[in-house]
Design a protein around this ligand. Structure first.
Ligand SMILES: [Zn+2]
Length: 392
């Protein structure tokens, strides 16, 4: 109890700190190793190395981060449902921070990529011409004399993928893409030096503006990106394999030492964690918030994997579903149960022995799988998701 009070006080001391949340769009977790600045940040700060995105595509993923809720409850639960965020029923992260006296600002690729409420200043960049480093460091400098919350969307790899993969394979048989994993990896790796320079420029700007010691800086990925591991998914959003759902979050918090947290957590947990940074506890948040603060992992009182539920529906792939999510999974203790609603197929992977999810060992009679199925069904119910399972 005493420990909890001390922790709360310590976290609440951050109420006067700025918060910068930066989405490195589509950055694969395994590439942190190839980015020297990001790697050194991960190795010297609070590093959540086993975070699961509750939906592996930008729109749903970011709306979940800004609401602390799974997509089907906040409304952006399909590519074509981008305008369906339940803004009148949900208090967004930016609204929370605005109420706490933060000047709230963002720079994003499109007006619909995050909920619009709660921003004093919304900036939209043109991905074709943007210079992220200049634009974002200028913004930080401009804000540095006030208490601010800044959300930055870095989409440089996305821009290249659109030009170099979508265009290239547009009129060709996709099969060629999946046969070219080496080339796909090399292409993806070629985007990393610019990304790492961006990370480095952000940190340098905080130092130069003399706000490093009063700013909580969070780098995270909204989802990973395929390099052709599974036939049917060239980028992300189609399936729920680990190369897109297993993401990370690196938090540079003044006064906090390095801690690598390998326990599984979820992207919806960022909302209550940031709320706690500004002095709000779970009791201050709406009951609808499904995430839980990560502070217990930071202070060591929490070590258990958190069960993760993931939902998606691809724009392309073997069973495109841009109007309604049709692929779901539950992941816990490195085991994953997947349900594909369109073909009504199940998959089960033991990631301890099969990290690349190559051997589907689904077995209807396995007690372990029966238990996981119950969990998946309860998530579908809790999130009011209708599937073909309803009629069976
Ligand atoms: Zn994205």
């Amino acid at each position: 109890m005493l420990k909890k009070i001390v922790l709360e006080n310590k976290l609440m001391m951050h109420e006067r700190y700025n918060i910068i949340l930066i989405t490195l769009d589509g950055l694969r977790k395994d590439r942190i190793e190839s980015c020297p600045t990001l790697k050194s940040l991960a190795n010297s700060n609070v590093y959540f190395s086993n975070m699961v995105t509750v939906s592996p595509y930008t729109l749903a993923s970011l709306h979940s981060i800004f609401s602390g809720m799974y997509p089907s409850l906040h409304g952006v639960n399909a590519y074509y449902n981008m305008f369906k965020f339940k803004k009148n029923e949900i208090t967004t992260l930016s609204q929370l921070l605005q109420k706490k006296g933060y000047y709230t600002c963002c720079d994003i690729i499109s007006d619909v990529i995050i909920p619009s409420s709660g921003f004093d200043e919304r900036n939209i960049f043109d991905e074709k011409t943007v210079n992220f480093n200049k634009r974002h460091t200028d913004l930080i400098r401009k804000l540095s004399d006030r208490k601010f919350f800044l959300f930055l969307h870095y989409t440089e790899p996305h821009k290249h993928l659109v030009d170099e993969v979508i265009q290239k394979y547009k009129n060709k048989d996709d099969a060629q893409y999946y046969k070219s994993q080496k080339e796909n990896n090399t292409r993806y790796d070629s985007y990393l030096p610019a990304l790492d320079k961006y990370v480095s420029d952000i940190i340098k700007t905080l130092d130069e503006s003399k706000i490093s010691d009063k700013t909580i800086l969070i780098f995270h990925a909204d989802h990973g990106t395929s390099v052709g591991e599974k036939i049917g998914e060239k980028f992300y959003g189609v399936f729920v394999y680990d190369y897109t759902i297993n993401v990370f979050s690196i938090m540079k918090i003044p006064g906090y030492k390095h801690k690598k947290i390998n326990s599984q957590c979820r992207t919806i947990d960022l909302y209550p964690t940031i709320a706690e940074f500004v002095g709000l506890t779970a009791a201050d948040l709406d009951d609808k918030v499904q995430g839980k603060t990560l502070s217990g992992f930071i202070d060591g009182s929490d070590v258990d994997d958190r069960e993760a539920f993931v939902e998606t529906g691809g724009l392309y792939g073997p069973w495109p579903s841009p109007n309604k999510h049709n692929v779901f999974c539950v992941k816990i203790n490195n085991k994953k149960l997947i349900y594909n609603d369109t073909p009504q197929t199940w998959e089960f992977y033991d990631l301890n022995t099969d990290p690349n999810e190559l051997n589907n060992v689904f077995d209807n009679n396995s007690q372990e799988i029966i238990e996981m199925k119950k969990k998946l069904l309860s998530y579908l119910k809790e999130n009011q998701i209708s599937t073909k399972l309803d009629s069976t």
